[in-house]
Design a protein around this ligand. Structure first.
Ligand code: BDR
Ligand code: CA
Length: 314
């Protein structure tokens, strides 16, 4: 029994790995999920919001859900059907969405949630940082109510959508810049670590064998997600977004390094790159705690132990 839970807002663009991150977060006893917000990224905002409602319906968690930004702050919208399919969450059939989407938008829901909660709240952001940046711009006075922002995005050593840039940051680099320069406590789970958080094909079967409806769907999501990655030479499915949940609730699985990280906004090849001052050349204090390593086997055990909490189907 945990005495004190960490209050969190989940913000993402589901998306297979966002979906799995949320499924795990929902049964993580250290977390108290106050609100869920969608953002455009892996698919359009209509699709990621619909998926968010379906995920919450699947796990029977009717949390406050609001629709977020339909497009990045300045950049042209970009989606990722090659990775996540036409719906943004292709693969296993999901229940009809029963969790309502609130009239108020994501930024309003986030602000009201921060205002109402007695303690500072942590944001776990697993999509482009558009909603989070808009929250900081619109309600700067609420910064003190944000305990930390854990985000999946970027890569110190490389990108995935371009050689230099990772998808979430590339979609909305200006938003990422606002977040990186916010002065808030930031924990970055980028490709350096998330591409090592591989779930292997034999483990999809292990997950399916857990027997619950949720575990079977997670296995199906992993199989769909892996198809794209297998064609690119990955030996497993990189469960990027779930790493952000693990970084907050099981930090002992990861290694972190405090670094000064900037985002590149211009350039023919490097827009959206997260540039880290590995050798201390910027002369700036670190602004981000960057996850650099993960114990992969323990990460998989952590995932399995969470999925075991979903009851078996009759
Ligand atoms: C990130 O991009 C999306 O496709 C995933 O959901 C993850 O958040 C990985 O680059
Ligand atoms: Ca995502």
């Amino acid at each position: 029994m945990i005495d004190k839970k960490i209050p969190v807002i989940l913000d993402g663009d589901p998306g297979h790995d966002d979906a799995i991150a949320w499924v795990l977060a929902a049964v993580e006893e250290k977390l108290d999920i106050l609100a869920v917000t969608s953002v455009s990224g892996n698919q359009t905002i209509e699709k990621t919001t619909l998926n968010a409602s379906k995920i919450l319906t699947l796990i029977e968690r009717p949390l406050p859900l609001a629709r977020g930004a339909a497009r990045p702050l300045f950049a042209e919208p970009m989606v990722a059907p090659s990775v996540h399919g036409k719906t943004g969450l292709d693969g296993p059939a999901l229940p009809e969405p029963k969790v309502p989407v609130l009239e108020k938008g994501a930024v309003t829901l986030m602000a009201e949630t921060l205002e109402a909660h007695p303690e500072a709240v942590t944001i776990i952001a697993t999509g482009p940082l558009t909603n989070v940046a808009l929250l900081l711009l619109t309600y700067p006075e609420l910064k003190e109510k944000i305990a930390a922002i854990y985000f999946m995005g970027g890569g110190i050593r490389h990108g995935n959508w371009t050689p230099a840039a990772e998808f979430n940051i590339l979609v909305d680099p200006e938003a990422a810049k606002i977040v990186l320069e916010s002065g808030l406590t930031l924990v970055m789970c980028g490709l350096d670590v998330t591409e090592r958080a591989l779930i292997m094909p034999s483990e999809f079967d292990e997950i399916e064998a857990l027997g619950s409806e949720v575990a079977k769907i997670v296995a199906g999501w992993l199989r769909f997600f892996y198809e794209f990655h297998a064609a690119k030479g990955y030996t497993g499915a990189p469960l990027h977004d779930a790493v952000a949940v693990a970084a907050l609730t099981a930090p002992e699985l990861l290694d972190f390094k405090a670094l000064s990280v900037e985002v590149e906004l211009t350039g023919d090849y490097c827009r959206g790159a997260t540039v880290a001052d590995w050798y201390g050349l910027f002369g700036k204090a670190p602004n981000v705690k960057v996850a650099m390593g993960i114990d992969r086997d323990k990460f998989f055990s952590w995932i399995k132990s969470h999925l075991e909490k979903y009851g078996r189907s009759a």
